[in-house]
Design a binder for this molecule. Structure first.
Ligand code: NDP
Length: 478
Protein backbone atom coordinates (compact mmCIF):
# COMPACT_ATOMS: atom_id res chain seq x y z
CA UNK A 1 0.00 0.00 0.00
CA UNK A 2 1.33 3.44 -0.87
CA UNK A 3 0.00 6.68 0.54
CA UNK A 4 -1.84 9.44 -1.33
CA UNK A 5 -0.22 12.06 0.87
CA UNK A 6 2.30 12.33 3.69
CA UNK A 7 1.92 14.60 6.69
CA UNK A 8 4.93 15.67 8.73
CA UNK A 9 4.28 17.60 11.94
CA UNK A 10 1.63 15.90 14.02
CA UNK A 11 0.84 18.45 16.72
CA UNK A 12 -2.83 19.38 16.95
CA UNK A 13 -3.23 20.85 13.44
CA UNK A 14 -1.20 18.26 11.54
CA UNK A 15 -2.82 15.37 13.41
CA UNK A 16 -6.32 16.67 12.74
CA UNK A 17 -5.64 17.33 9.04
CA UNK A 18 -4.18 13.82 8.72
CA UNK A 19 -7.28 12.34 10.39
CA UNK A 20 -9.56 14.43 8.16
CA UNK A 21 -7.72 13.13 5.06
CA UNK A 22 -7.93 9.53 6.30
CA UNK A 23 -11.62 9.84 7.17
CA UNK A 24 -12.18 10.97 3.59
CA UNK A 25 -10.68 7.81 2.19
CA UNK A 26 -7.08 8.87 1.56
CA UNK A 27 -4.17 6.79 2.73
CA UNK A 28 -1.98 9.05 4.84
CA UNK A 29 1.66 8.49 5.70
CA UNK A 30 2.48 9.94 9.09
CA UNK A 31 5.71 11.49 10.32
CA UNK A 32 6.76 13.65 13.23
CA UNK A 33 10.23 14.75 14.35
CA UNK A 34 9.72 12.88 17.59
CA UNK A 35 8.01 9.57 16.96
CA UNK A 36 5.89 9.75 20.15
CA UNK A 37 3.31 12.02 18.48
CA UNK A 38 3.00 9.61 15.54
CA UNK A 39 2.41 6.68 17.87
CA UNK A 40 -0.01 8.66 20.05
CA UNK A 41 -2.06 9.55 16.99
CA UNK A 42 -2.13 5.97 15.77
CA UNK A 43 -3.02 4.66 19.23
CA UNK A 44 -5.89 7.09 19.71
CA UNK A 45 -7.22 7.52 16.20
CA UNK A 46 -5.71 4.75 14.07
CA UNK A 47 -9.24 3.56 13.31
CA UNK A 48 -10.06 6.83 11.50
CA UNK A 49 -8.71 5.39 8.23
CA UNK A 50 -5.62 4.07 6.47
CA UNK A 51 -2.38 5.36 7.94
CA UNK A 52 1.22 4.40 7.27
CA UNK A 53 3.56 4.90 10.21
CA UNK A 54 7.02 6.24 9.37
CA UNK A 55 9.93 7.24 11.57
CA UNK A 56 12.13 9.12 9.12
CA UNK A 57 11.50 11.53 6.27
CA UNK A 58 13.13 9.00 3.94
CA UNK A 59 10.53 6.42 4.99
CA UNK A 60 7.79 9.00 4.57
CA UNK A 61 8.91 9.87 1.04
CA UNK A 62 9.33 6.20 0.11
CA UNK A 63 5.76 5.44 1.15
CA UNK A 64 4.16 7.97 -1.22
CA UNK A 65 2.53 7.67 -4.64
CA UNK A 66 4.00 9.87 -7.37
CA UNK A 67 3.93 12.77 -7.76
CA UNK A 68 4.63 12.77 -4.06
CA UNK A 69 2.61 15.10 -1.88
CA UNK A 70 4.21 15.98 1.44
CA UNK A 71 2.27 18.26 3.73
CA UNK A 72 4.33 20.08 6.35
CA UNK A 73 2.45 21.18 9.48
CA UNK A 74 5.26 22.21 11.82
CA UNK A 75 5.82 25.40 13.79
CA UNK A 76 5.92 28.39 11.41
CA UNK A 77 9.27 30.05 10.67
CA UNK A 78 12.65 28.35 10.75
CA UNK A 79 11.28 24.82 11.40
CA UNK A 80 9.57 24.95 7.98
CA UNK A 81 12.88 25.80 6.28
CA UNK A 82 14.58 23.05 8.20
CA UNK A 83 12.04 20.41 7.11
CA UNK A 84 12.17 21.62 3.48
CA UNK A 85 15.96 21.39 3.55
CA UNK A 86 15.74 17.76 4.71
CA UNK A 87 13.02 16.84 2.22
CA UNK A 88 14.53 18.46 -0.87
CA UNK A 89 17.24 15.85 -1.57
CA UNK A 90 14.72 13.03 -1.06
CA UNK A 91 12.23 14.23 -3.68
CA UNK A 92 12.08 14.12 -7.49
CA UNK A 93 11.05 16.75 -10.05
CA UNK A 94 7.27 17.19 -10.09
CA UNK A 95 6.83 16.29 -6.41
CA UNK A 96 4.87 18.72 -4.25
CA UNK A 97 5.80 20.13 -0.86
CA UNK A 98 2.87 21.74 0.91
CA UNK A 99 3.19 24.13 3.83
CA UNK A 100 -0.18 24.36 5.54
CA UNK A 101 1.04 26.30 8.58
CA UNK A 102 0.69 30.01 9.25
CA UNK A 103 3.74 31.05 7.26
CA UNK A 104 4.41 34.61 6.19
CA UNK A 105 3.63 35.00 2.48
CA UNK A 106 7.07 36.46 1.77
CA UNK A 107 8.65 33.28 3.17
CA UNK A 108 6.33 31.28 0.93
CA UNK A 109 7.36 33.34 -2.11
CA UNK A 110 11.03 32.78 -1.26
CA UNK A 111 10.58 29.03 -0.71
CA UNK A 112 8.52 28.62 -3.87
CA UNK A 113 11.14 30.37 -6.01
CA UNK A 114 13.98 28.32 -4.51
CA UNK A 115 12.20 24.97 -4.95
CA UNK A 116 11.03 25.82 -8.48
CA UNK A 117 14.73 25.82 -9.45
CA UNK A 118 14.80 22.14 -8.41
CA UNK A 119 11.59 21.50 -10.40
CA UNK A 120 9.76 20.88 -7.15
CA UNK A 121 6.36 22.43 -6.55
CA UNK A 122 5.93 24.34 -3.35
CA UNK A 123 2.40 25.15 -2.28
CA UNK A 124 1.71 27.46 0.65
CA UNK A 125 -1.82 26.92 1.84
CA UNK A 126 -3.75 28.96 4.35
CA UNK A 127 -5.90 26.85 6.65
CA UNK A 128 -8.49 28.46 8.89
CA UNK A 129 -10.82 27.03 11.45
CA UNK A 130 -8.48 26.04 14.24
CA UNK A 131 -8.19 22.46 15.41
CA UNK A 132 -11.90 21.75 15.07
CA UNK A 133 -11.89 22.99 11.47
CA UNK A 134 -8.78 20.98 10.60
CA UNK A 135 -10.57 17.83 11.72
CA UNK A 136 -14.07 18.41 10.42
CA UNK A 137 -13.58 20.72 7.46
CA UNK A 138 -11.49 23.89 7.36
CA UNK A 139 -11.53 26.76 4.94
CA UNK A 140 -8.52 26.21 2.68
CA UNK A 141 -6.63 28.85 0.69
CA UNK A 142 -4.03 27.22 -1.55
CA UNK A 143 -1.34 29.14 -3.42
CA UNK A 144 1.42 27.71 -5.62
CA UNK A 145 1.32 26.82 -9.30
CA UNK A 146 -1.92 25.99 -11.07
CA UNK A 147 -0.30 22.74 -12.18
CA UNK A 148 0.28 21.67 -8.58
CA UNK A 149 -3.35 22.43 -7.77
CA UNK A 150 -4.43 19.90 -10.37
CA UNK A 151 -2.66 17.22 -8.29
CA UNK A 152 -3.60 18.61 -4.91
CA UNK A 153 -6.99 20.26 -5.36
CA UNK A 154 -9.09 17.07 -5.33
CA UNK A 155 -7.70 16.08 -1.92
CA UNK A 156 -8.06 19.54 -0.42
CA UNK A 157 -11.57 20.05 -1.76
CA UNK A 158 -12.62 16.73 -0.26
CA UNK A 159 -11.49 17.64 3.26
CA UNK A 160 -12.63 21.29 3.20
CA UNK A 161 -15.79 22.64 4.79
CA UNK A 162 -18.78 22.77 2.45
CA UNK A 163 -21.44 25.43 2.10
CA UNK A 164 -24.40 24.89 -0.24
CA UNK A 165 -22.59 21.83 -1.55
CA UNK A 166 -19.53 23.86 -2.57
CA UNK A 167 -16.12 23.18 -0.99
CA UNK A 168 -14.57 26.08 0.93
CA UNK A 169 -11.39 25.65 -1.05
CA UNK A 170 -10.26 27.10 -4.37
CA UNK A 171 -6.93 27.83 -5.98
CA UNK A 172 -6.07 31.37 -4.94
CA UNK A 173 -3.06 32.25 -7.08
CA UNK A 174 0.63 31.66 -7.54
CA UNK A 175 3.41 31.52 -4.92
CA UNK A 176 2.39 33.24 -1.66
CA UNK A 177 -1.19 34.16 -2.67
CA UNK A 178 -2.79 31.54 -0.42
CA UNK A 179 -0.86 32.58 2.65
CA UNK A 180 -1.48 36.25 1.85
CA UNK A 181 -5.24 35.71 1.68
CA UNK A 182 -5.13 33.71 4.93
CA UNK A 183 -3.20 36.56 6.54
CA UNK A 184 -5.83 39.11 5.48
CA UNK A 185 -8.53 36.70 6.70
CA UNK A 186 -6.86 36.81 10.10
CA UNK A 187 -6.64 40.61 9.93
CA UNK A 188 -10.39 40.79 9.29
CA UNK A 189 -10.85 38.34 12.16
CA UNK A 190 -9.02 40.76 14.48
CA UNK A 191 -11.30 43.62 13.39
CA UNK A 192 -14.43 41.47 13.63
CA UNK A 193 -13.54 40.45 17.19
CA UNK A 194 -12.74 44.03 18.16
CA UNK A 195 -16.04 45.46 16.87
CA UNK A 196 -17.91 42.82 18.84
CA UNK A 197 -15.85 43.82 21.88
CA UNK A 198 -16.72 47.47 21.33
CA UNK A 199 -20.43 46.60 21.14
CA UNK A 200 -20.13 44.66 24.40
CA UNK A 201 -18.41 47.60 26.10
CA UNK A 202 -21.03 50.07 24.85
CA UNK A 203 -23.91 47.92 26.04
CA UNK A 204 -22.25 47.35 29.42
CA UNK A 205 -20.74 50.76 30.16
CA UNK A 206 -23.20 52.85 28.15
CA UNK A 207 -26.47 51.09 28.85
CA UNK A 208 -25.62 49.04 31.96
CA UNK A 209 -26.58 45.73 30.38
CA UNK A 210 -25.10 42.78 32.24
CA UNK A 211 -23.31 39.93 30.40
CA UNK A 212 -26.12 37.40 30.94
CA UNK A 213 -28.61 39.74 29.28
CA UNK A 214 -26.07 40.55 26.57
CA UNK A 215 -25.78 36.83 25.86
CA UNK A 216 -29.48 36.90 25.02
CA UNK A 217 -29.05 40.04 22.89
CA UNK A 218 -26.12 38.53 20.97
CA UNK A 219 -28.05 35.32 20.39
CA UNK A 220 -30.86 37.47 19.01
CA UNK A 221 -28.41 39.39 16.82
CA UNK A 222 -27.24 36.07 15.48
CA UNK A 223 -30.61 35.75 13.76
CA UNK A 224 -30.10 39.05 11.89
CA UNK A 225 -27.71 40.17 9.14
CA UNK A 226 -24.94 39.93 11.79
CA UNK A 227 -25.29 36.13 11.89
CA UNK A 228 -21.79 34.68 12.15
CA UNK A 229 -19.61 32.27 14.06
CA UNK A 230 -18.02 35.07 16.09
CA UNK A 231 -21.38 36.50 17.21
CA UNK A 232 -22.53 32.99 18.11
CA UNK A 233 -19.49 32.24 20.27
CA UNK A 234 -19.63 35.72 21.84
CA UNK A 235 -23.14 34.88 23.08
CA UNK A 236 -21.77 31.67 24.55
CA UNK A 237 -18.83 33.40 26.27
CA UNK A 238 -21.05 36.20 27.62
CA UNK A 239 -23.51 33.69 29.04
CA UNK A 240 -20.83 31.66 30.77
CA UNK A 241 -20.65 31.94 34.55
CA UNK A 242 -17.36 31.32 36.34
CA UNK A 243 -17.71 28.17 38.44
CA UNK A 244 -15.32 29.40 41.16
CA UNK A 245 -16.86 32.78 41.87
CA UNK A 246 -20.34 32.67 40.36
CA UNK A 247 -19.44 35.87 38.50
CA UNK A 248 -19.84 36.40 34.78
CA UNK A 249 -16.85 34.73 33.11
CA UNK A 250 -15.92 37.95 31.26
CA UNK A 251 -15.48 39.67 34.61
CA UNK A 252 -12.86 37.24 35.89
CA UNK A 253 -10.74 37.20 32.72
CA UNK A 254 -7.76 39.59 32.59
CA UNK A 255 -8.62 42.24 30.00
CA UNK A 256 -5.30 42.09 28.12
CA UNK A 257 -5.71 40.54 24.67
CA UNK A 258 -2.98 38.33 23.27
CA UNK A 259 -1.89 38.03 19.67
CA UNK A 260 0.21 35.65 17.67
CA UNK A 261 1.20 38.06 14.93
CA UNK A 262 -0.92 37.55 11.82
CA UNK A 263 -2.90 40.73 12.54
CA UNK A 264 0.36 42.64 12.85
CA UNK A 265 1.61 41.12 9.59
CA UNK A 266 -1.57 42.28 7.86
CA UNK A 267 -1.07 45.83 9.06
CA UNK A 268 2.62 45.91 8.10
CA UNK A 269 1.71 44.62 4.66
CA UNK A 270 -1.14 47.14 4.35
CA UNK A 271 1.29 49.95 5.18
CA UNK A 272 3.71 48.70 2.55
CA UNK A 273 0.94 48.49 -0.03
CA UNK A 274 -0.46 51.90 0.96
CA UNK A 275 -3.81 50.24 1.60
CA UNK A 276 -6.07 51.99 4.15
CA UNK A 277 -7.00 49.10 6.45
CA UNK A 278 -7.65 51.30 9.46
CA UNK A 279 -10.11 48.88 11.09
CA UNK A 280 -7.59 46.05 11.18
CA UNK A 281 -4.82 48.39 12.33
CA UNK A 282 -6.96 49.83 15.12
CA UNK A 283 -7.89 46.35 16.30
CA UNK A 284 -4.22 45.32 16.49
CA UNK A 285 -3.41 48.53 18.39
CA UNK A 286 -6.41 48.00 20.69
CA UNK A 287 -4.96 44.63 21.72
CA UNK A 288 -1.57 46.27 22.24
CA UNK A 289 -3.11 49.02 24.40
CA UNK A 290 -5.06 46.46 26.43
CA UNK A 291 -1.78 44.75 27.26
CA UNK A 292 -0.12 47.93 28.57
CA UNK A 293 -1.46 47.07 32.00
CA UNK A 294 0.99 49.18 34.04
CA UNK A 295 0.33 52.34 32.04
CA UNK A 296 -3.40 51.69 32.15
CA UNK A 297 -3.28 51.49 35.96
CA UNK A 298 -1.44 54.79 36.17
CA UNK A 299 -3.72 56.42 33.63
CA UNK A 300 -6.75 55.60 35.77
CA UNK A 301 -5.20 57.64 38.59
CA UNK A 302 -3.79 60.50 36.53
CA UNK A 303 -5.92 61.13 33.48
CA UNK A 304 -9.30 62.83 33.44
CA UNK A 305 -12.20 60.96 31.86
CA UNK A 306 -15.41 62.09 30.18
CA UNK A 307 -17.53 64.55 32.13
CA UNK A 308 -20.75 64.10 30.23
CA UNK A 309 -23.50 62.40 32.12
CA UNK A 310 -25.74 61.71 29.20
CA UNK A 311 -28.63 59.35 28.81
CA UNK A 312 -28.17 56.87 26.02
CA UNK A 313 -30.95 57.02 23.44
CA UNK A 314 -33.88 54.61 23.82
CA UNK A 315 -32.83 53.03 20.55
CA UNK A 316 -29.33 52.33 21.86
CA UNK A 317 -29.25 48.53 21.65
CA UNK A 318 -30.51 48.50 18.07
CA UNK A 319 -28.22 51.45 17.25
CA UNK A 320 -25.22 49.48 18.51
CA UNK A 321 -26.27 46.48 16.44
CA UNK A 322 -26.42 48.64 13.33
CA UNK A 323 -23.11 50.35 14.10
CA UNK A 324 -21.57 46.91 14.60
CA UNK A 325 -22.87 45.80 11.21
CA UNK A 326 -21.50 48.96 9.53
CA UNK A 327 -18.07 48.66 11.14
CA UNK A 328 -17.86 44.99 10.32
CA UNK A 329 -18.75 45.72 6.72
CA UNK A 330 -16.00 48.36 6.53
CA UNK A 331 -13.45 45.87 7.87
CA UNK A 332 -14.37 43.43 5.11
CA UNK A 333 -14.34 46.23 2.52
CA UNK A 334 -10.87 47.31 3.65
CA UNK A 335 -9.51 43.75 3.75
CA UNK A 336 -10.84 43.00 0.27
CA UNK A 337 -9.48 46.29 -1.04
CA UNK A 338 -6.10 45.29 0.37
CA UNK A 339 -6.35 42.05 -1.64
CA UNK A 340 -6.96 44.11 -4.77
CA UNK A 341 -3.82 46.17 -4.08
CA UNK A 342 -1.79 43.02 -3.41
CA UNK A 343 -3.03 41.41 -6.63
CA UNK A 344 -1.61 44.33 -8.57
CA UNK A 345 1.63 44.37 -6.61
CA UNK A 346 2.33 40.62 -6.84
CA UNK A 347 0.68 39.82 -10.18
CA UNK A 348 -2.03 37.61 -8.67
CA UNK A 349 -5.38 37.24 -10.35
CA UNK A 350 -7.34 37.15 -7.11
CA UNK A 351 -11.01 36.33 -7.55
CA UNK A 352 -12.73 38.09 -4.70
CA UNK A 353 -16.01 36.24 -5.20
CA UNK A 354 -14.25 32.87 -4.79
CA UNK A 355 -12.31 34.11 -1.78
CA UNK A 356 -15.44 35.46 -0.08
CA UNK A 357 -17.19 32.20 -0.89
CA UNK A 358 -14.52 29.98 0.65
CA UNK A 359 -14.63 32.10 3.82
CA UNK A 360 -18.31 31.17 4.17
CA UNK A 361 -17.58 27.91 5.95
CA UNK A 362 -14.95 26.32 8.17
CA UNK A 363 -13.16 29.53 9.10
CA UNK A 364 -13.38 31.91 12.03
CA UNK A 365 -14.87 34.82 10.06
CA UNK A 366 -17.63 32.71 8.52
CA UNK A 367 -20.71 34.89 8.38
CA UNK A 368 -23.98 35.23 6.50
CA UNK A 369 -22.68 38.54 5.18
CA UNK A 370 -20.18 36.66 3.01
CA UNK A 371 -22.98 35.29 0.86
CA UNK A 372 -23.91 38.81 -0.22
CA UNK A 373 -20.22 39.74 -0.61
CA UNK A 374 -19.72 36.72 -2.88
CA UNK A 375 -22.69 37.87 -4.97
CA UNK A 376 -21.33 41.41 -5.18
CA UNK A 377 -18.01 40.25 -6.66
CA UNK A 378 -19.59 37.62 -8.88
CA UNK A 379 -21.50 40.34 -10.74
CA UNK A 380 -20.37 41.16 -14.28
CA UNK A 381 -19.37 44.60 -13.13
CA UNK A 382 -17.00 44.15 -10.17
CA UNK A 383 -17.28 46.93 -7.61
CA UNK A 384 -14.05 48.91 -7.12
CA UNK A 385 -14.91 48.88 -3.41
CA UNK A 386 -17.33 46.54 -1.65
CA UNK A 387 -19.33 49.57 -0.51
CA UNK A 388 -20.07 50.44 -4.15
CA UNK A 389 -21.97 47.20 -4.73
CA UNK A 390 -25.62 48.35 -4.81
CA UNK A 391 -26.71 46.00 -2.00
CA UNK A 392 -24.07 47.42 0.34
CA UNK A 393 -24.45 51.06 -0.70
CA UNK A 394 -28.06 50.71 0.42
CA UNK A 395 -27.26 48.65 3.51
CA UNK A 396 -24.75 51.17 4.82
CA UNK A 397 -27.06 54.11 4.07
CA UNK A 398 -29.72 52.41 6.19
CA UNK A 399 -27.47 52.07 9.24
CA UNK A 400 -25.55 55.33 8.89
CA UNK A 401 -27.70 57.46 11.27
CA UNK A 402 -27.45 54.85 14.05
CA UNK A 403 -23.71 54.46 13.46
CA UNK A 404 -23.16 58.22 13.84
CA UNK A 405 -25.32 58.32 17.00
CA UNK A 406 -23.37 55.46 18.56
CA UNK A 407 -19.95 56.94 17.81
CA UNK A 408 -20.89 60.36 19.15
CA UNK A 409 -22.47 58.84 22.28
CA UNK A 410 -19.34 56.76 22.84
CA UNK A 411 -17.12 59.82 22.49
CA UNK A 412 -19.22 61.77 24.99
CA UNK A 413 -19.19 58.89 27.46
CA UNK A 414 -15.46 58.29 27.07
CA UNK A 415 -15.93 54.73 25.87
CA UNK A 416 -13.18 53.88 23.37
CA UNK A 417 -14.56 52.58 20.07
CA UNK A 418 -11.47 52.66 17.85
CA UNK A 419 -12.88 50.48 15.07
CA UNK A 420 -16.44 51.86 15.14
CA UNK A 421 -15.04 55.40 14.90
CA UNK A 422 -12.14 54.85 12.49
CA UNK A 423 -14.45 52.90 10.18
CA UNK A 424 -16.83 55.83 10.15
CA UNK A 425 -13.88 58.15 9.42
CA UNK A 426 -12.90 55.85 6.52
CA UNK A 427 -16.45 55.98 5.18
CA UNK A 428 -16.60 59.76 5.44
CA UNK A 429 -13.08 60.13 4.07
CA UNK A 430 -13.90 58.00 1.07
CA UNK A 431 -17.00 59.93 0.12
CA UNK A 432 -15.81 63.46 0.90
CA UNK A 433 -15.47 65.77 -2.07
CA UNK A 434 -12.41 67.63 -0.78
CA UNK A 435 -9.96 66.24 1.74
CA UNK A 436 -7.42 68.20 3.77
CA UNK A 437 -4.77 66.36 1.79
CA UNK A 438 -4.61 69.56 -0.30
CA UNK A 439 -3.23 71.45 2.69
CA UNK A 440 -0.78 68.61 3.40
CA UNK A 441 0.47 68.86 -0.19
CA UNK A 442 0.98 72.60 0.37
CA UNK A 443 2.93 71.93 3.57
CA UNK A 444 5.07 69.32 1.82
CA UNK A 445 5.82 71.68 -1.03
CA UNK A 446 6.75 74.48 1.38
CA UNK A 447 9.17 72.56 3.58
CA UNK A 448 10.45 70.00 1.10
CA UNK A 449 9.69 71.19 -2.44
CA UNK A 450 7.79 67.92 -2.89
CA UNK A 451 5.58 69.58 -5.57
CA UNK A 452 1.82 69.32 -5.96
CA UNK A 453 -0.80 68.78 -8.63
CA UNK A 454 -3.40 71.39 -9.53
CA UNK A 455 -7.11 70.81 -9.97
CA UNK A 456 -7.09 72.91 -13.14
CA UNK A 457 -3.93 71.77 -14.95
CA UNK A 458 -1.89 68.68 -15.72
CA UNK A 459 1.63 68.24 -14.35
CA UNK A 460 3.60 68.95 -11.19
CA UNK A 461 4.00 72.37 -9.68
CA UNK A 462 6.18 74.02 -7.10
CA UNK A 463 5.75 77.39 -5.42
CA UNK A 464 8.80 79.51 -4.65
CA UNK A 465 7.75 79.88 -1.00
CA UNK A 466 10.94 81.58 0.18
CA UNK A 467 11.04 84.00 -2.74
CA UNK A 468 8.24 85.78 -4.52
CA UNK A 469 5.77 82.86 -4.10
CA UNK A 470 5.49 82.52 -7.85
CA UNK A 471 4.62 79.09 -9.19
CA UNK A 472 6.84 76.93 -11.36
CA UNK A 473 5.05 74.47 -13.57
CA UNK A 474 6.08 71.24 -15.28
CA UNK A 475 8.57 70.62 -12.52
CA UNK A 476 10.82 67.66 -13.21
CA UNK A 477 10.31 65.54 -10.11
CA UNK A 478 13.14 63.16 -10.89
P1 NDP B 1 2.92 23.98 16.61
O1 NDP B 1 2.95 25.28 15.91
O2 NDP B 1 2.79 23.97 18.08
O3 NDP B 1 4.22 23.14 16.19
C1 NDP B 1 4.51 21.89 16.76
C2 NDP B 1 4.95 20.91 15.71
O4 NDP B 1 6.09 21.40 14.99
C3 NDP B 1 5.37 19.58 16.31
O5 NDP B 1 4.96 18.53 15.45
C4 NDP B 1 6.89 19.71 16.36
O6 NDP B 1 7.57 18.48 16.39
C5 NDP B 1 7.13 20.42 15.06
N1 NDP B 1 8.43 21.09 15.00
C6 NDP B 1 8.82 22.19 15.67
N2 NDP B 1 10.09 22.52 15.32
C7 NDP B 1 10.50 21.61 14.41
C8 NDP B 1 11.69 21.43 13.67
N3 NDP B 1 12.71 22.25 13.80
N4 NDP B 1 11.76 20.37 12.83
C9 NDP B 1 10.71 19.52 12.69
N5 NDP B 1 9.55 19.64 13.35
C10 NDP B 1 9.44 20.69 14.21
O7 NDP B 1 1.73 23.06 16.00
P2 NDP B 1 0.23 23.42 15.63
O8 NDP B 1 -0.37 22.14 15.21
O9 NDP B 1 -0.45 24.24 16.67
O10 NDP B 1 0.36 24.39 14.35
C11 NDP B 1 1.02 24.00 13.17
C12 NDP B 1 0.95 25.14 12.18
O11 NDP B 1 -0.42 25.43 11.91
C13 NDP B 1 1.57 26.46 12.66
O12 NDP B 1 2.12 27.12 11.56
C14 NDP B 1 0.37 27.22 13.16
O13 NDP B 1 0.58 28.61 13.16
C15 NDP B 1 -0.68 26.81 12.15
N6 NDP B 1 -2.05 26.94 12.56
C16 NDP B 1 -2.43 26.62 13.82
C17 NDP B 1 -3.74 26.76 14.21
C18 NDP B 1 -4.16 26.38 15.57
O14 NDP B 1 -5.34 26.58 15.90
N7 NDP B 1 -3.28 25.83 16.40
C19 NDP B 1 -4.77 27.26 13.29
C20 NDP B 1 -4.31 27.47 11.95
C21 NDP B 1 -2.98 27.33 11.63
P3 NDP B 1 7.93 17.76 17.81
O15 NDP B 1 6.68 17.04 18.22
O16 NDP B 1 9.04 16.82 17.48
O17 NDP B 1 8.33 18.84 18.76
Amino acid sequence: MSAHIGVTGLAVMGANLARNLARNGFTVALHNRSVEKTDALLARHGQDGDFIRTETLQELVDSLQKPRRVLIMVKAGQPVDSVIEQLEPLLEPGDIIIDAGNSHYEDTRRREAALAKQNLHFVGIGVSGGEEGALNGPSIMPGGSKESYAALGPLLEKIAARVDGQPCCAWIGTDGAGHFVKMVHNGIEYADMQVIGEAFDLLRSGAGIEPAEQARIFAEWNTTDLASFLIEISAEVLGHVDANTGKPFVDVVVDAAGQKGTGRWTVISALELGSPTSGIAESVFARALSSQTDQRKLAQELLVGAEADIEVPATFVEDVRQALYASKLISYAQGLDMLTSAATEYGWNLKLDEIASLWRGGCIIRADLLKEITKAYAADEKPANLLFAPAFTTAIADVLPAWRRVVSTAVQLGIPVPVFSSSLAYYDGLRRKRLPAALIQGQRDLFGAHTYGRVDAEGSFHTLWGEDKSELDAVDTH
